[in-house]
Design a protein around this ligand. Structure first.
Ligand code: UP5
Ligand code: MG
Length: 204
């Protein structure tokens, strides 16, 4: 993908930090195309004829990172589809697309591969809060979400993977001065006000 023609923002943060919620707001106000790696994997998991379904379910339930080939392919396909039939949202220009890539990259190999083979991100929006806050949100959501990983056992595993495998990615981009960190403990509107300020500043 041509970095002159698209803007990509990575949206990272622990499980339940509020990535998807904030992305939904940004889509409405800025015309971003929101691509959640987790959503794409869950869709692939249930797609009839997928060879990866059982494998994806196993990884997600165990809170492990699905091999990057699968996830990067799904993201590339979704980006290509979006550019082929662009959203008619205000903010999305035919000459220049905007993507929020949510929950990816969450392992160093994915980060390096995507940067080198797909495109570079403008910056990383990193939502930080405590495990206590994230646990409460996920258990509450788990009452209705139907997600295979919104249970105490999987949540514990997701937290461990986040610390051990995904935080190094955030630190890698931080060293490059590419991380905007936002405390996502407050209510959604308060968090979003801060997000807007940062995005306005960087998108110009
Ligand atoms: N909520 C949100 N913000 C709130 C706020 N400020 N105040 C109060 N409540 C708030 O929010 C979670 C819940 O909290 C919701 O009920 C919301 O209303 C409330 P949400 O916005 O959904 O948080 P999010 O950070 O998106 O949480 P999510 O559970 O989606 O994060 P994960 O990172 O765990 O999930 P994801 O779907 O990205 O990945 C799932 C799995 O897929 C991974 O564990 C992994 O196994 C696999 N995966 C890969 O293998 N590779 C990838 O590249 C990506 C995923
Ligand atoms: Mg999410």
């Amino acid at each position: 993908f041509d970095n002159e023609k698209i803007t990509v923002i990575f949206v990272l943060g622990g499980p339940g930090a509020g990535k998807g919620t904030q992305c939904d707001r940004l889509v409405k106000d800025y015309g971003f195309k929101h691509l959640s790696a987790g959503d794409l994997l869950r869709a692939e998991q249930t797609r009839s004829g997928s060879t990866y379904g059982a494998m994806i379910k196993e990884y997600i339930t165990e809170g492990k990172i699905v091999p990057m080939e699968v996830t990067i392919k799904l993201l590339e396909n979704a980006m290509r589809d979006t550019l082929a039939s662009p959203p008619s949202a205000p903010g999305w220009e035919s000459s220049h697309g905007r993507f929020l890539i949510d929950g990816f990259p969450r392992k160093m190999d994915q980060a390096l591969k995507f940067d080198q083979a797909v495109c570079q991100s403008s910056f990383v929006l990193f939502f930080a809060t405590t495990e206590a806050v994230m646990l409460e949100r996920l258990l509450e959501r788990g009452k209705t979400s139907g997600r295979d990983d919104d249970n105490r056992e999987s949540i514990t595993k997701r937290f461990r993977t986040f610390i051990e495998t995904s935080m190094p990615v955030v630190d890698y981009y931080r060293q490059r001065g590419n991380v905007v960190e936002i405390d996502s403990s407050p209510p959604v509107d308060v968090v979003y006000d801060k997000v807007r300020v940062e995005v306005d500043q960087r998108l110009g």
